[in-house]
Design a binder for this molecule. Structure first.
Ligand code: CU
Length: 319
């Protein structure tokens, strides 16, 4: 019984397959299944609805396919229907159910889009409990460069590069722009991606429920410094946040348009350095957009950065 032996071998592989599920079960992976904020919660909610609805088609179809192949196989006792050509029941099922599902999916897609749309002023209100006792909303201006993130807290006159500190239970309203190419602001456990574009402004809103450290990065490739262009997100209770603002305000580095222009020069942030700035000039964000639009803020990436990726500096720091 040679074939039997082969099947035993297949089953042995199958028995090992659940091990695959263990490869990476931790908080640091599966970010989308481990949301820590209102918007990410909503995203997961709609993702589960979508996958479930699609499974209504995919699962029975898969089993039916196997069944049909088995039933009409080339064997003496299998079914054989050479005269068969049409079935009203099958037509109703194969058109009716998908139509119904596309309809229901459209409905939930529409609701899902509204629920996370940063341009919907009620997006953060429609979630209930935790917002009711939340604090005054906080505004953050996000400016991306080649290849760093600058987070300006305009009402607090401070800024920090490559680290975003936010208070929990507080609505955050972000304005985003870029000095160079398009970047995509993304914190998987907190909020979906949104583009930061040169000379333009967009916005994003979110709220973090749980204190902790999260990972933020750009979801759009932007050149040689891309791999090091990520930022830590620190969510702290509001009292700690106030203390942090005070501490950041003691930084000796100040930020006006001139010092920003120096900061915005192409930099591969290999050491993942974080910079604090105090005394940030009011209106810096708007000024940066104007400067990019009129091409006053424009850098040419040094050749060494784009054509010398095998240089020692890159080799020693990657991995
Ligand atoms: Cu796309």
């Amino acid at each position: 019984m040679k074939w039997a032996k082969r099947y035993v071998l297949y089953f042995r592989y199958l028995a090992y397959s659940p091990l695959l599920l263990l490869s990476g079960c931790s908080d640091t992976h599966f970010w989308l299944f481990n949301p820590k904020g209102l918007i990410a919660d909503t995203e997961l909610h709609y993702m589960i609805i979508d996958v479930t609805l699609m499974a209504i088609v995919i699962v029975p179809t898969t089993f039916l396919l196997i069944w049909v192949v088995w039933r009409y196989r080339e064997k003496r006792r299998s079914a054989f229907a050479p005269e068969w050509s049409h079935s009203n029941v099958i037509e109703v099922v194969v058109w009716g159910i998908p139509l119904l599902i596309v309809g229901v999916l459209s409905y939930y897609s529409w609701r899902g889009i509204q629920a996370v749309n940063p341009y919907n002023p009620h997006a953060l209100n429609s979630h209930g409990a935790s917002t009711a006792r939340s604090h005054k909303p906080l505004t953050v201006d996000v400016i991306t460069t080649d290849w760093q993130w600058l987070f300006v807290y305009p009402n607090k006159h401070i800024a920090v590069a490559n680290e975003l500190v936010v208070p929990t239970g507080t609505k955050l309203h972000l304005k985003l722009t870029s000095t160079s190419v398009v970047n995509s602001f993304y914190i998987p456990q907190i909020v979906g991606q949104i583009y930061a574009m040169p000379g333009m402004r967009t916005k994003q809103s979110f709220e973090v429920d749980h204190p902790g450290r999260y990972h933020g990065f750009s979801a759009a490739f932007s050149g040689p410094g891309f791999s090091w262009m990520d930022f830590k997100v620190k969510a702290v209770p509001p009292a700690k946040f106030t203390a942090w603002i005070k501490k950041a305000g003691t930084s000796k580095n100040t930020l006006n348009y001139a010092s920003f222009s120096r900061f915005a020069e192409p930099t591969v942030n290999i050491e993942r350095k974080i910079h604090y700035f105090s005394d940030v000039k009011t209106g810096l964000f708007a000024k940066v957009i104007k400067a990019v639009r009129s091409q006053r803020l424009h850098y040419v990436t040094p050749m060494a950065m784009t054509e010398n990726m095998h240089a020692k500096i890159f080799r020693t720091h990657s991995n």
